[in-house]
Design a protein around this ligand. Structure first.
Ligand SMILES: Cc1cc2nc3c(=O)[nH]c(=O)nc-3n(C[C@H](O)[C@H](O)[C@H](O)COP(=O)(O)O)c2cc1C
Length: 311
């Protein structure tokens, strides 16, 4: 890393053809469509927003309780409650298209065909930067196999999305696999422009008085500071495996956390659960990055990416 006298640090990052004003994004499912945080932060200052997982049809999600707090995090089993792609286009897109931050539509589906249809719909929205393809879901037509845990299934989804859109295709990986590297490579080889990771870790919690699961769905996704070391390790592994940019997330709740992900190779980061206990966290991280760069003579944020020292 070149150290120099820096007057105005350059926070811009490039994810393929998409330029973000800075590397800080809101993670899917933790900010609605950005609107849920508009009273706390200036959405125009964000690098990007990934909206709530959007399906073809509107979904009501799983029965309650579907969120619980755990040590250093939370478990959720929302079950993709969302307005569906048509209402997204008519009700949410008009709001999002006036925000400076680049918007990615997180898409979720239960078949390869549905993923293609969703991507084609997003392709027609000029102010959307791209899709974030959440492949951590079962393929109902193929006996419920999880599309994100098998390189061939993941490749099929990415190829279908690639065919349906010329916009940026970011593919979001699940950490619930033995080896994430072949899955990341399969996504890259099938046309992904970037990889984001990690989605939640499968978790479970029990009420010892009633001996019932604390979540109605029994199992759910663990997120928040508790998962950060796992997320940093997986981000490092994937960044070494693929040539396309990597967007890291999982437990980021302060500047130091974001820096860790950048140093192990993430070009940008997403912040999720921390928005619930500190809705201003993304602004603090952006300000913190600028100060860190000034203090440490880092002229461009990209100079920091992948500078992990193993000597
Ligand atoms: C309440 C909640 C809802 C989420 N919904 C989605 C979703 O719709 N699509 C998706 O890809 N990830 C979803 N996620 C996962 C987050 O985007 C993120 O990958 C994960 O929580 C790890 O980051 P964090 O520890 O900063 O929250 C959700 C997470 C939470 C906590």
């Amino acid at each position: 890393m070149e150290l120099s006298n820096v007057n105005k640090p350059d926070l811009r990052v490039k994810l393929g053809d998409v330029e973000l004003a800075n590397p800080v994004m809101l993670a899917s499912g933790t900010c609605g469509y950005g609107d849920e945080l508009e009273d706390y932060i200036d959405l125009n200052r964000l690098g990007g927003i990934s909206v709530k997982g959007t399906t073809l049809e509107e979904r009501q999600g799983n029965p309650m309780p579907r969120i619980i707090e755990t040590y250093g995090g939370m478990i959720n089993a929302i079950g993709f409650q969302n307005v569906g792609i048509e209402r997204f286009v008519s009700e949410k897109y008009p709001y999002l298209k006036n925000i400076g931050a680049r918007t990615f539509v997180n898409i979720t589906a239960n078949s390869v065909e549905e993923f293609g249809l969703l991507a084609a719909r997003v392709d027609a929205l000029p102010e959307i930067a791209g899709v974030e393809v959440n492949i951590s879901c079962p393929n109902i037509k193929k006996g419920g196999i999880n599309m994100g845990t098998d390189p061939f299934a993941a490749a099929e989804v990415v190829a279908a999305v690639r065919k349906a859109t010329s916009k940026h295709v970011m593919v979001k990986l699940t950490p619930n696999v033995t080896d994430i590297k072949p899955i990341a490579k399969a996504c890259e080889d099938s046309g992904a422009d970037s990889i984001s990771l990690i989605n939640t870790l499968v978790g479970m919690a029990v009420d010892v008085k009633t001996r019932k699961p604390k979540i109605a769905n029994v199992i759910g996704g663990l997120s928040g500071p508790a998962i950060k070391p796992v997320a940093v390790r997986l981000t490092w592994e994937v960044a070494k495996t693929v040539k396309i940019p990597v967007v890291g997330m999982g437990g980021i709740s302060c500047l130091e956390d974001a820096l860790e992900f950048l140093i192990v190779g993430a070009s940008a980061v997403q912040v999720g659960t921390a928005n619930f206990f500190n809705p201003k966290v993304t602004m603090e991280i952006i300000d913190g990055l600028e100060k860190y760069m000034l203090d440490n003579g880092v002229a461009k944020i990209s100079d920091l990416v992948g500078t992990l020292r193993l000597d």
